[in-house]
Design a protein around this ligand. Structure first.
Ligand SMILES: *Cc1c(COP(=O)(O)O)cnc(C)c1O
Length: 491
């Protein structure tokens, strides 16, 4: 299977090359060319283990990697606290797909455990001998998961940019204390979009002009714009469906709805791919916080980024430009690259684009949407805890509430799977406030108070953070990112 850009340049790459390069030279995202979805037998996955499912889905999309079995094994074995990788639990009238059992307690571990292995294999396969410098902008969770995944992987360095003051204390410490000779985390003055745009600009400049002479490296990305990030996420939609089948909650072929706390649109897009592969997915419900640009888009067809950016208690979803939406536009427009290139141009020059009414109708056939502000997010955490004794984090609470609203008005009653994207302990301040735990500025003390009240155990990777040495403390301006990157490569 070949890969090409969503924006129409003629670059045609193998999957190894697409994973290595990250972003297309024209600024677009890589997409598989004419995949034969009908050749994928989704039912075959149902009795499989999580790792077998992963191997099967990865091998379908990334077909020129040798020995996917060993890649998946190296990625996951011993890294998650359960062999299920992504277990499902029944909570009240719905199902929660727990995506936070990996090494950093957030759902990004599912993909970022695989990507470094894919990249080192791809580097060998295409004979790339230069150092690979991974640049990643993070709203909090990607950064740590990527640093953990790439730590001490030979031939690859990683530099993570996070918004100064835009991540929780725990998230920041997770990054700034990360071990590994080849990792670095740096704060950028600005918000997540500034950091992400900064990284995108560096990629497109370097694609055009190259790195300065004598800089012996290639750049790549670990953000969800990398196709190697997206594909591993498709798997847990199958895993959840299989769990529902096993428990007798559904019979094979029943439609299941999924509610997804959404930021960069990577997670929910993976659900759409699962549907393309034949999985009986009903509606994909896109849940946003107060940064509800996607709610507006999926309701009206107008994507307008000319609006205020809000800092919320669910920071991993504080995003105005959802990169992976571009991939959905491409798929929904029947792979019409000119249509996508035109919209993306409008977005960058005017800050707004509108899709035609028939296009919007197509979107609405697969997607629903909703948003939840901070006050309701916290009420939801409290309600779910009091009614079910189950502790959810702020992002999951956004989705839970949107699912509640969706289920109340849905014509057809179907099982609803809420994707739980982080451990509640990653966002202790908001969680503590929600369930009436006595406040303190010390997030670690808060974690202990929450544990004492709820009995839900603190993940070990988080409780151990406090004692770790801070290794990175640089704060830079967004205009200085390029020079900083070059300096780091040459260090
Ligand atoms: C990244 C993240 C999200 C959003 O996922 P996208 O793929 O960017 O839409 C939601 N919740 C948490 C906890 C995250 O880390």
């Amino acid at each position: 299977m070949n890969y090409k850009s969503t924006r129409g340049s003629n670059e045609l790459l193998r999957s190894t090359e697409a994973v290595l390069q990250g972003l297309a030279k024209d600024g677009g995202l890589f997409m598989p060319v004419a995949p034969d979805y009908s050749a994928f037998d989704w039912k075959k996955l149902m009795p499989m283990t999580a790792m077998e499912m992963s191997e099967t889905v990865l091998a379908f999309f990334l077909d020129d990697f040798d020995d996917m079995k060993s890649i998946v094994k190296r990625a996951y074995e011993g890294k998650f606290d359960t062999d299920e990788l992504t277990p499902v639990v029944k909570v009240g009238d719905r199902y929660v797909l727990e995506l936070f059992h990996g090494p950093t307690s957030a759902f990004k571990d599912v993909a970022l455990s695989v990507l470094p292995v894919l990249m080192s294999e791809a580097k060998k396969a295409v004979g790339e001998e230069r150092k690979i410098m991974i640049l990643t902008a993070t709203s909090g969770d990607t950064g740590k998961a990527a640093m953990e995944g790439f730590s001490d992987v030979p031939g690859i360095d990683i530099l993570v940019f996070f918004p100064d003051g835009g991540v929780s204390t725990v998230q920041k410490l997770q990054m700034t204390t990360q071990k590994g000779e080849n990792v670095c985390a740096t704060a950028v003055r600005g918000n997540f979009d500034d950091a992400q745009t900064g990284v995108k600009v560096i990629f497109s400049d370097v694609a055009k002009n190259g790195l300065p002479e004598g800089t012996n490296a290639v750049l790549s990305s670990a953000n969800s714009i990398n196709i190697g990030r997206l594909v591993p996420q498709i798997v847990y939609y199958f895993k959840a469906y299989a769990e529902l089948l096993k428990s007798g909650a559904i019979v094979s072929g029943d439609l299941v709805d999924y509610t997804v706390p959404t930021g960069n649109f990577g997670d929910i897009l993976a659900g759409y791919f699962a549907k393309k592969l034949g999985l009986p997915v009903g509606t994909l419900i896109c849940a946003s916080n107060k940064n509800n640009i996607l709610t507006d888009f999926l309701s009206t067809g107008v994507y307008d980024k000319r609006r205020d950016f809000h800092k919320t208690v669910s920071p991993s979803m504080d995003i105005l430009v959802s990169s992976n939406l571009e991939r959905l536009l491409y798929l929904m427009a029947d792979e019409d690259e000119n249509f996508v290139a035109d919209l993306m141009k409008k977005l960058s020059t005017d800050g707004i684009y509108t899709v035609p009414a028939d296009f919007l109708a197509k979107l609405k056939a697969d997607f629903a949407c909703g948003c939840t502000d901070d006050a309701v997010t916290e009420e939801t955490i409290k309600k779910v805890y009091e009614e079910n004794g189950y502790l959810i984090d702020t992002h999951t609470a956004v989705a839970w509430n949107v699912a509640t609203e969706f289920m109340a008005q849905a014509e057809e009653k179907r099982p609803n799977v809420v994707l739980a994207t982080a451990s509640a302990y990653k966002f202790p301040a908001a969680v503590a406030e929600s369930i009436g735990v006595e406040p303190t500025d010390d997030e670690f003390e808060l974690m202990e108070r929450i544990e004492k009240k709820t009995g839900a155990p603190i993940p070990k990777n988080l409780s151990g953070l406090k004692a770790r040495e801070v290794r990175f403390s640089d704060v830079i301006d967004k205009d200085a990112m390029y020079e900083y990157v070059v300096g780091k490569i040459n260090e």
